[in-house]
Design a protein around this ligand. Structure first.
Ligand code: ADP
Ligand code: GLC
Length: 493
């Protein structure tokens, strides 16, 4: 099959979260299975044009009575199979993407012109295909930024011969972000106003991009089976549970995989030494380097709790770091542990972490983004904390298990699908889980893990090995996507 991924992020070019990992690693897995996969993303300011090849001529994109012009660049996705490389196209439009920030900047977290930026980008996908004379069987869009791709396909492009046999898939990576804007922006799509209502853009007189995508795509999925169920409930559906229930027959959950070429302790170049189930010495070495890196006392016998996270409500940081009520302070004072965090996000949380760091000698936070530290924390920690409010899939809990680090997670979404809770009687399990998102539930579950570390050490070591032996590779999930694509094409005919 010819598959085109339309995405706002793709590793290693641009990443704000797991979406970037998922789009690239799924594309590689599909290419390895012989499919012809291409990716299209915006050429943000942060993507250096020097290493890219420019396509000849400009690309014209008709938008509501005017024509926008842009350049197109391309590159090969690193890590893709040599005999069947994944080509990445970059849409280069100065006014929309020649600025700092992907979706926004700290002073303007959601750019006011995002509906225009991403309407343009979604439309450019079709013009790109015409330019390169390559028409996909499957157009695979991701989250609200490209949710208009299935809408353009259904309400306009499919009427042209070139896209008559193209099917669309929309993957939900996070229902919490829907792209809701003033409906005046709709004029820019160039679609007639009846489509505003028919396609389901209308949302209390606003324009909801994700909602229109959910109604228009041929098939929908999200990134874990449990999250697929949760999103159909009022409690976790972010007001779109009704839409998802109405499309139940076309909506499934497919768990994300891990790119084990990048996340694998056996050949991870970021680590001071490699390790495996057969020889765990490298993990101790990573712990030593981690303690040194974060200026913590060198002690192999004290358990380290690690975190790598966007600092936002979704990740449970309120219950953990909320001033006065968060549990991190009591965890660090009541337990003999070290706590390390790498992350960035909401300003209140970054400030609170700095404040906690000044009051606690065993908590260290590195505010910012670091690929190196994210690998070191995964390898050097004993436990990895993810008290997510909701988690569509989550990647870090999988990385943790592969690195012999036991996740402490809330029983939700992809966390529920990938971690097995510790059983004190049998010693089975690969992590520690709790149900309620409260400061005391986090405190108690971390306490339980630390108790086991000091009192049930053989069980802890056995759990580490059980986690490391798990198969989180894309093998299985890529096959599920292929099946979904095939079903969608059949459905179209
Ligand atoms: P989400 O996409 O919701 O943030 P995921 O668990 O799917 O959650 O993916 C997060 C990805 O981003 C992981 O690969 C994680 O290592 C990475 N990440 C998050 N914050 C940082 C950071 N500060 N530095 C380095 N990597 C980070
Ligand atoms: C989103 C979700 C995360 C998921 C990622 C990739 O950012 O929050 O759970 O792993 O997308 O699908």
């Amino acid at each position: 099959m010819k598959i085109l991924m339309a995405s706002s992020e793709s590793l290693p070019f641009v990443k704000t979260g797991g979406l970037a990992d998922m789009v690239s690693s799924l594309s590689i897995a599909l290419a390895k299975k012989g499919h012809e996969v291409r990716i299209v993303i915006p050429r943000y300011y942060s993507v250096n044009r020097d290493g890219l090849r420019q396509l000849e001529g400009a690309l014209g994109v008709p938008m509501g009575g005017i024509e926008e012009w842009c350049a197109v660049y391309k590159d090969i996705l690193p890590g893709s199979p040599e005999t069947n490389p994944v080509v990445v196209y970059f849409i280069d439009h100065e006014r929309f993407f020649g600025r700092d920030g992907i979706y926004g900047v700290p002073s303007e977290p959601d750019f006011l012109d995002n509906p225009l930026r991403f309407a343009f980008f979604s439309k450019s996908v079709f013009q790109l295909c015409r330019k390169i004379c390559w028409f996909p069987n499957i157009l695979h869009a991701h989250d609200w930024p490209t949710a208009m791709v299935p809408v353009f396909l259904k309400y306009s492009e499919r009427y042209s011969k070139e896209f008559a046999e193209t099917a669309s898939i929309l993957t939900i990576h996070n229902l919490g972000y829907q792209g809701i804007y003033n409906k005046d922006n709709f004029n820019y799509t160039g679609l007639p106003w009846n489509v505003f209502y028919e396609a389901g853009f209308e949302d209390w007189s606003m324009m909801n991009l994700l909602k229109a995508g959910l109604y228009s795509a041929d098939k929908l999925n999200t990134v874990s089976p449990t999250y697929a169920e949760e999103t159909k409930t009022q409690a976790q559906g972010f007001r779109l549970d009704g839409v998802l229930r109405s499309r139940e027959a076309d909506y499934i959950g497919i768990l994300n995989g891990v790119d084990t070429d990048i996340w694998n302790p056996v050949h991870d170049e970021f680590l001071p030494a490699r390790y495996s189930v057969k020889d765990m010495d490298g993990k101790l070495k990573a712990k030593e380097v981690l303690q040194r890196e974060f200026n913590l006392p060198q002690n192999p016998n004290i358990p380290i709790i690690g975190m790598v996270s966007r600092l936002t409500g979704q990740k449970g940081v309120g219950e953990l770091f909320g001033p006065s009520y968060g549990s991190a302070y009591s965890i660090c004072t009541a337990m003999d542990i070290q706590f390390v965090l790498v992350g960035s996000g909401e300003a209140w949380c970054e400030n609170e972490l700095r404040s906690l760091e000044s009051r606690l000698s065993n908590l260290k936070a590195r505010i910012g983004y670091s690929e190196y530290l994210s690998h070191l924390v995964e390898a050097g920690s004993d436990f990895f904390l993810m008290p997510s409010r909701y988690e569509p899939s989550g990647l870090n809990q999988m990385y943790s298990q592969l690195y012999g680090t036991l996740p402490i997670v809330r029983n939700t979404g992809g966390l529920a699908d990938t971690v097995e809770n510790y059983d004190e009687n049998t010693g089975e399990g690969t992590g520690f889980m709790f149900d309620d998102l409260t400061p005391s539930a986090i405190f108690n579950t971390v306490g339980w893990a630390i108790w086991a570390y000091y009192n049930r050490r053989p069980q802890i070591e056995a759990m580490r090995l059980a986690g490391m032996k798990k198969d989180f590779s894309w093998q299985k999930s890529a096959l599920e996507y292929i099946k979904l694509y095939e079903q969608t094409l059949l459905h179209l005919r």
